[in-house]
Write a new protein. Structure first.
Length: 249
């Protein structure tokens, strides 16, 4: 057994999913309102006192304007799930602003006073943790890679005991972490319309075998011409395959 394989066996991956009921969180209500809106992190770094991260938002122009009004308001906390108002310091810097996307750098101070997922993870694991997050709809997902030997149950119980009304927690995935890099997210410069078609295709079983819906069915669901749906599917699939080959082969 090599040192590399031993290191892989001693790491674990898990994913916590916070779900928010309507009215439980102002920011998550925006995601619930706009199906086109999503937010994912490409880098998250956490110490005992600070958290700094890089996030990428995608959506329609209307959805992103609503997102900006809430997310970039430094008088409110986007991370706490146990209190409605957090007094920790935070600064937001929009690094890239486009009609259908944003790239935002966030620096947070005094995270020990902010009951966020990283706060609880660090309390139990302390060192060597890698974070990734994604928000869409009513879900805030945290994917975590950490050295083995720590009890997931203790982390889960600690987080769950601090949830405020309207917020629930589930542990959706646990595995060895050998495929962390292999499953990294492919980033494409898709329009919201491309994302909408892909989401509908996955949701309604277009990629199941046998297929549960046809392109014509998707066109009816989305109330768009069949030729438009066909074109968006084909161009999205071409980009995904092209980027996957470039990044992994």
């Amino acid at each position: 057994m090599t040192a590399a394989s031993t290191a892989t066996e001693e790491t674990r991956e898990f994913e916590f999913v916070l779900k928010f009921e309507p009215g439980a969180d102002q920011l998550m209500d925006v995601f619930r309102q706009y199906d086109s809106l999503s937010l994912w992190s490409s880098a998250i770094f956490v110490s005992n006192t600070h958290m700094w991260r890089l996030d990428h938002a995608k959506g329609t122009d209307e959805a992103l304007r609503a997102f900006d009004n809430i997310f970039l308001d430094d008088t409110r906390c986007n991370e706490c799930f146990d209190v409605n108002k957090c007094e920790t310091g935070r600064r937001y810097y929009v690094l890239d602003r486009r009609e259908t996307s944003r790239t935002i750098y966030t620096l947070r101070h005094e995270i020990e006073a902010c009951r966020s997922v990283p706060y609880f993870i660090l309390n139990h694991v302390e060192k060597g943790v890698v974070f990734e997050s994604r928000r869409v709809g009513n879900e805030y997902r945290w994917r975590v890679l950490f050295p083995g030997g720590h009890s997931i149950g203790d982390v889960y119980d600690s987080i769950e005991s601090h949830l405020r009304d309207g917020v629930s927690l589930s542990l959706s995935h646990i595995s060895s972490a050998g495929n962390w890099k292999a499953t990294e997210r492919i980033v494409s410069d898709f329009s919201p319309e491309h994302w909408q078609v892909l989401q509908a295709a996955v949701t309604h079983g277009y990629y199941e075998r046998p297929r549960e819906v046809s392109v014509s069915d998707l066109a009816s669901i989305l109330d768009e011409p069949r030729s438009t749906i066909q074109y968006r599917l084909r161009t999205a699939e071409d980009r995904i395959v092209s980027q996957f080959v470039q990044q992994t082969l």
